[in-house]
Design a protein around this ligand. Structure first.
Ligand SMILES: O=C(O)c1ccccc1NCC(=O)[C@H](O)[C@H](O)COP(=O)(O)O
Length: 223
């Protein structure tokens, strides 16, 4: 199965086009007001139209209510909802049923104890995104540019596709994949020149590095 590369927190036509041209498999749009990457519904609609099925559109929300999700469905028509809050297993089931879209549940990781939630979520979610647990005083639960200890996932036994995120960039994505064996990688801060400002060259470099890792591991596997 080929590696999924997600560029998250895109908010301009130019950088979205760069990510699509560079071969991103998923493009993430943040609908969380405290985030520097937050999109209005109008901008989400505009950027969503630009994607034109060249990548999967991921709508990122945090403990959003049905009305918010409904508005996002109308504006963006996401391919996947990324639920990055404290959503319960029952809430994941509820969202899947009401909106008919796959859900990717973000699981914050700081210690091995954080993995205890996996069996519950794995029974309902379509994909897991492992992210660094945000500090208690953080203004948002993700997109903070800090990694977690990838070795915590070394002995992971999960019958579900999963992505690794948190503090990734072009220079560490290979090691993150080597250690976690994740089927996907996700980045936001690591392709920004300033908070919320995506950098086209950094986007291209990240995707190149991720693809190079994918190619190398495929060569090894066919030997
Ligand atoms: O990106 C945000 O601003 C954000 C806000 C609230 C919840 C989640 C958020 N981002 C989630 C993502 O999927 C990020 O790509 C992921 O946390 C990795 O971010 P980074 O460490 O900055 O690469």
């Amino acid at each position: 199965m080929s590696l999924l590369v997600k560029i998250c927190g895109l908010s301009t036509r130019e950088t979205l086009e760069t990510a699509l041209d560079a071969g991103a498999d998923m493009v993430g749009f943040v609908f969380f007001l405290p985030s520097p990457r937050h999109l209005s519904l109008e901008l989400g609609r505009d950027l969503g139209r630009q994607v034109q099925r060249r990548a999967l559109k991921v709508a990122l929300t945090v403990d959003a209510d049905d009305a918010t999700l409904d508005n996002i469905m109308d504006a963006l028509s996401p391919d996947i909802f990324q639920l990055h809050g404290k959503e319960s297993v029952a809430r994941l089931r509820d969202i899947k049923q009401k909106f008919g879209r796959p859900v990717m549940k973000a699981v914050p990781v700081a210690t091995s104890a954080d993995l205890a939630v996996l069996p519950g979520y794995a029974a309902v979610a379509d994909r897991i995104l492992f992210d660094a647990r945000a500090p208690k005083d953080a203004t948002r639960p993700g997109g903070l540019g800090e990694p977690f200890d990838w070795h915590l996932l070394e002995n992971l036994d999960l019958n579900l596709p999963y992505m690794v995120s948190g503090g990734l960039h072009a220079d560490n994505v290979t090691e993150a994949l080597r250690v976690t064996r994740a089927g996907g990688v996700d980045v936001s801060s690591g392709v920004e020149s300033a908070s919320g400002v995506k950098d086209p060259e950094m986007i291209k470099a990240f995707i190149r590095a991720a693809r190079a890792t994918q190619d190398a591991s495929q060569e090894l596997s066919v030997r």
